[in-house]
Design a protein around this ligand. Structure first.
Ligand code: MGD
Ligand code: SF4
Length: 747
């Protein structure tokens, strides 16, 4: 039976919690679960609306904040003109108002002090005092070691403001988890193949596709808005969905084919698909001849990678491998083998992503309707400031061992912060952390602890008292996105568009926006000329006027679309087109990867298997949460307040487990979860793996909703396999077992 669009969206928003979540949500009096449907309802007639773009995840949907006469935020709705959301917010986005209302928010700057008993604690501080202290430490580190020894670890909108401060100060030692813990491998792989990053939002033309192939990509639970809506449309149109996942994800449940692959073997399946497409001649010869480089090399490379060969590795029936390859070829070029998003799994991730890119290259989907459109973005003029100084060394020197790294590697910054700099010849002495909760985000807690112990100073800018703030010397509380101006959102899409974020309400507490903090610190450091404005609205108005609009206009419309300027949306049939690669073609054989001394075409290598009694830990997203940032959100915790560990019935039988029984998890290195987690017994997970949603198991009591709810996947990730091409941290090589007797943990 086909699922229609509304059903899929509804199922997506129910996600893991299923009926239980529905009941809770109804109980919470909210209409969250029908949120995609509720956008049409008009807001309160007396309410005023202010434009913003959402910060609950990084899809950055443009929205309206509706504020009533009493100055209360009553609702968030999507902006109809926005191609990121088509006028509708996802459940998390609507729940964004909980970030503003959360009683546990950081409310004032904090400085670490020792109390009468010598115990470390925080005391409230004024902004003057907190900023003076941070500026004096920044000055001290610069004088003693050079500005580059002060690293910036950031994520989200605030990061841009602090990056500007850091570049002006003289440090480009900058890293963010969105690269080495997330999308990095696919960007390296797609650049090597098509000469272009995938970027965000992914330029997947799902709206018009005939076949969508998801490799562990759980759209629908991973709630990237317009993508979910387009997938729902595609299901309605009868597009073929093929999902490869050891777990029956929501998307797998809606797919024509679910391939429950043995984890860590995807490269073998991808090579076998290439084999079928090439040896059954299912490709378009003209496309291969005109647009690709290295076809004969690839043909020889995959000669022995038959579906029967792959069966022994992946456990996927060879007939299914053939059938699915034919479906893709039949749909081509209106087919998408989706690049995924969080793809740092096994350490050979750039090569797996290369296999995905090559498959798209063979099918001719890049630059084609129903495949990948050619994205376009509007470049926002830079507000004038002096040139940045050149640091003695930057993130690039820290990432030297990875020839294809394109951004700072967080874990290398961590290592360079060890007392002896680890293997790094350059040493990091202090961190500025903004918008990233490192203890829940970076693997290998031991290494993070070692670095946190060693650094001389840590300042954290956050909205909540998250784990990372507990290590800080100074905490700078930021306004939530609903209380501040921020940089203009200009993202790649089918057509360029911009979106404005402006404050809808005054700061609820003594919090400030990061642009203000950056400017204040800049002025204290003698960098006034880099911050030549009183209020960020002046920067925005200047920039907006340069691109044919103004702050006044954008405050009314929120989103503005522009004509495409640089070329067509799709490559015309047989049209001359030069790809921005070394050869000007789609590189099935990568000249860049060969030059770097690695396999120019992907090779399958086996990965360690769990020992008896252990199961591979897989983790993912739920539709109502984003990483660890939403677990405490009063609105979203009503939809899902804890994670559960998914266990196959076969495994449950061996361990005598029951649904909702609480167990502790222990990993291959003997690390035991801080809290127990409830069991969910389901056929929807393979017997060799377990699954849980990321972002739970908070250990800070100040997070009153999230403390002790569920378990943390990150705690269990002590083994990391690093991608030798770009430094990505493979997180899925960890195995867990169960501790069913509480006394065992306590002893
Ligand atoms: P969060 O854990 O949500 O994500 O990693 P992070 O970006 O670190 O932490 C976000 C922090 O930003 C929180 O402390 C939140 O309170 C704060 N914050 C929210 N809004 C604001 C704001 O407006 N201003 C400021 N200053 N702070 C704000 C994400 C990263 O994690 C990514 S991108 C991926 S894909 C990886 N996923 C992942 C996983 O699935 N499992 C495991 N084990 N690790 C992972 N690490 C990676
Ligand atoms: Fe916000 Fe949802 Fe859009 Fe992400 S997908 S930006 S959480 S509305």
């Amino acid at each position: 039976m086909r699922t229609n669009r509304r059903q899929f969206i509804k199922i997506s928003s129910l996600g893991l919690g299923g009926v239980a979540a529905a009941t809770t949500a109804a109980g919470a009096g909210g209409s969250f679960l029908s949120i995609f449907d509720s956008a049409e309802e008009g807001p309160d007639k007396t309410a005023k609306r202010y434009p913003t773009y959402c910060e609950v995840c990084f899809w950055k949907c443009a929205a309206w904040t509706h504020v009533n006469e009493e100055g209360e935020i009553i609702k968030l709705t999507g902006n109809d003109d926005d191609p990121h959301c088509y006028g509708r917010l996802c459940p998390r986005g609507t729940g964004g108002v909980g970030m503003y209302n959360d009683p546990d928010r950081l409310k004032t700057p904090l400085i670490r002090v020792k109390d009468g008993d010598g115990k470390e604690t925080f005391r409230d501080a004024s902004w003057e005092e907190a900023l003076d202290l941070v500026a004096s430490k920044m000055k001290g580190i610069k004088d003693k070691y050079g500005a580059q020894s002060f690293a910036l670890l950031k994520h989200g909108s605030s990061g841009g403001h602090f990056e500007h401060l850091f570049r002006a100060y003289g440090s480009d030692t900058v890293g963010e988890p969105a690269y080495a813990q997330c999308r990095g491998p696919r960007e390296t792989a797609f650049s090597a193949t098509f000469g272009s990053w995938v970027g965000s939002p992914e330029p997947t033309d799902i709206r018009d596709t005939n076949c969508l192939v998801l490799i562990g990509s759980h759209i629908g639970e991973n709630m990237h808005n317009s993508q979910v809506q387009e997938m729902a449309e595609a299901i309605d149109r009868g597009a073929t969905i093929i999902t490869v996942d050891p777990r029956m994800s929501t998307a797998a449940g809606k797919s024509k084919y679910w391939l429950p692959i043995k984890p860590a073997t995807d490269i073998a399946l991808l090579l076998a698909w290439m084999h079928v497409i090439i040896y059954e001649k299912l490709y378009d010869e003209k496309h291969i001849e005109k647009y690709t480089y290295g076809f004969e090399d690839l043909k020889n490379h995959v000669k022995n990678f038959t579906p029967e060969w792959a069966y022994g590795i992946t456990t996927i029936d060879p007939n299914v491998i053939r059938k699915t390859a034919r479906e893709m070829a039949q749909a081509a070029p209106a087919v998408i083998v989706h690049p995924g998003r969080h793809v740092t799994w096994y350490g050979d991730d750039t090569q797996r992503e290369r296999a995905i890119a090559i498959l798209n290259g063979l099918l001719g989907s890049w630059g084609k309707r129903g495949g990948f459109y050619l994205k376009e973005k509007l470049s926002i003029p830079k507000f004038p400031h002096p040139a940045y100084p050149h640091p003695e060394w930057t993130w690039e020197q820290l990432a030297e061992k990875y020839p294809m790294a394109q951004m700072g590697i967080t874990c290398d910054i961590v290592e360079a912060s060890f007392p002896n700099g680890g293997e790094q010849k350059h040493k990091v002495k202090a961190w500025f952390v903004s918008g990233t909760n490192l203890p829940k985000t970076l693997p290998n807690a031991g290494k993070l602890a070692k670095a946190l112990d060693a650094i001389e100073f840590l300042v954290v800018c956050d909205t909540m008292p998250m784990d990372i703030t507990s290590y800080a010397d100074v905490v700078l509380p930021e306004n939530t996105y609903l209380e501040r101006y921020d940089g203009i959102r200009s993202a790649t899409n089918r057509e360029p568009s911009i979106a404005l974020r402006m404050p809808a309400v005054k700061s609820k507490h003594k919090t400030k926006p990061s642009w203000w903090m950056a400017k204040q610190l800049g002025e204290r450091l003698g960098l006034k000329e880099y911050f030549n404005y009183e209020d960020y609205s002046e920067v925005l108005d200047w920039q907006l006027k340069k691109i044919g609009t103004s702050l006044e206009e954008m405050q009314k419309i929120g989103v503005k679309k522009y004509e495409r300027g640089s070329g067509p949306l799709y490559i015309g049939d047989g049209e001359d087109y030069e790809f921005p690669t070394n050869t000007g073609k789609i590189e099935l054989y990568s000249t860049d990867i060969a030059a770097a001394g690695f396999d120019p075409m992907p090779v399958y290598t086996p990965h360690p298997e769990p020992e008896e009694g252990f199961y591979r830990l897989i983790y993912g997203r739920a539709p109502m949460h984003t990483f660890s940032r939403t677990a405490n959100n009063p609105n979203l915790k009503d939809l899902m307040d804890e994670n559960k560990v998914w266990v196959n019935p076969r495994v449950a039988k061996i361990w005598n487990l029951e649904n909702d029984q609480e167990v502790y998890l222990k990993n291959q290195d003997g690390i035991v979860s801080s809290f127990p987690i409830k069991v969910r017994i389901t056929e929807r997970i393979r017997w060799d793996s377990v699954y849980m949603v990321h972002g739970f198991g908070h250990t800070r009591k100040l997070l009153s909703n999230a403390y002790g709810k569920g378990a943390s996947d990150t705690e269990m990730i002590s083994r990391v396999t690093v991608d030798p091409l770009m430094g990505g941290t493979g997180l899925r090589g960890n195995f867990i077992t169960f501790i069913t007797d509480k006394n065992e943990v306590e002893s």
